[in-house]
Design a protein around this ligand. Structure first.
Ligand SMILES: Cc1cc2nc3c(=O)[nH]c(=O)nc-3n(C[C@H](O)[C@H](O)[C@H](O)COP(=O)(O)OP(=O)(O)OC[C@H]3O[C@@H](n4cnc5c(N)ncnc54)[C@H](O)[C@@H]3O)c2cc1C
Length: 81
């Protein structure tokens, strides 16, 4: 049996952020995600500037940028965003 003070259910942005912050504050936790891997379907095209500031503070900004789409528009020419 695993004994942890916090159980985080769901490894989406909310759960992953909570898990990361709990770790930063030295609070043990266990994150349970029902899926075995990351989703194959995109769930965000962009992040708010404040979100990127948080990612930078947490030391994961570069990894988030590398995992994202190119900064240039990816929709077809003439299409509206
Ligand atoms: C097509 C699309 C485009 C989007 N574009 C943007 C964007 O550009 N910018 C933006 O900010 N947001 C965007 N969003 C919204 C953003 O993806 C959501 O706001 C965000 O994912 C919500 O995060 P969350 O952690 O609350 O939930 P989720 O991302 O839904 O994560 C919940 C997780 O919990 C897991 N789970 C659920 N039930 C259980 C269970 N019983 N046991 C274990 N695990 C469980 C799920 O598998 C999932 O991984 C977009 C969403 C979609 C679908």
């Amino acid at each position: 049996m695993i004994d942890v003070p916090v159980l985080v259910v769901g490894g989406g942005p909310a759960g992953m952020s909570l898990s990361l912050l709990l770790d930063r504050f030295g609070i043990p936790s266990l994150l349970a995600e029902r899926r075995a891997s990351t989703t194959t379907h995109p769930k965000a095209r962009g992040c708010h500037a404040r979100t990127m500031e948080q990612f930078r503070v947490w030391g994961i900004e570069d990894r988030v940028r590398r995992a994202g789409l190119p900064q240039e528009p990816t929709w077809p020419a003439g299409a509206r965003a």
